[in-house]
Design a protein around this ligand. Structure first.
Ligand SMILES: [Zn+2]
Length: 222
């Protein structure tokens, strides 16, 4: 069966995870976040999880092989047989190569790029707070009702280790270094869709859906 595969690119803080989740729901396809897969692994306290934790806190990227292994395992699950959305992978040319080997010629690939300036990225992430339950807040645009407490579960919210400014700058450097060559390679295998990330979440989502519709990708059947 031909799969519909949507791969998100965008700097940290561009909201690609949120967009991927919303679009996955709309299309009836699983939205896979490699960051989420890794955070889940860290919480298990396994040797692999602790290794991942150290690397993420330093802003470094995981070895290509390790990430590929985790991803390949996830894509083999039955919910991904019609297609999937991917956020957080690939981050290197080499990983893009791996991803392409996991696809078949009949699969339809779309690479979605959410664009945002570095200045805006720093402004957004410095104020981002997260909760262990998965909720995410912004101290200016999406404040919790009680200071530092999650609205959903009441736990204390915190800044992710990889959201500190020095780490963000490091992540942006990686992002810029790898994205251009990746898009050049990707353009030979699928369509590239650019979206202005400095719009509201709903507006970005609406634009995405209408662009996909123009490519003939329908929403899920009820
Ligand atoms: Zn919570």
């Amino acid at each position: 069966m031909a799969r519909t595969i949507l791969v998100f690119f965008g700097p940290p803080g561009s909201g690609k995870g949120t967009q991927s989740d919303m679009l996955g729901e709309y299309l009836g396809l699983p939205a896979i976040s490699t960051g989420e897969l890794l955070r889940r692994e860290q919480k298990t306290g396994s040797v692999l999880g602790n290794h991942v934790k150290k690397l993420m806190a330093s802003g470094k990227m995981l070895g290509v092989t390790l990430m590929d292994h985790i991803l390949r395992h996830r894509l083999a699950k039955s919910d991904a047989k019609r297609g999937f959305l991917l956020d957080g992978y690939p981050r290197k040319l080499e990983q893009l190569g791996h991803l392409l080997t996991m696809t078949k010629p009949v699969d339809r690939l779309y690479f979605i790029v959410i664009e945002l300036t570095d200045k805006e990225v720093l402004r957004r992430l410095a104020n981002r707070r997260v909760c262990d339950c998965g909720a995410s807040y912004h101290l200016i645009y999406n404040k919790p009702k009680r200071a530092n407490k999650c609205d959903l579960c009441g736990q204390t919210i915190y800044q992710r280790a990889d959201d500190k400014p020095a780490i963000i700058k490091q992540r942006l450097k990686y992002y810029h270094a790898w994205t251009k060559p990746m898009l050049e390679k990707a353009s030979g295998r699928g369509s590239i869709i650019f979206i202005n990330g400095e719009q509201s979440i709903d507006k970005i989502q609406k634009e995405l859906r209408s662009k996909l519709k123009s490519f003939g990708i329908p929403k899920k059947k009820k």
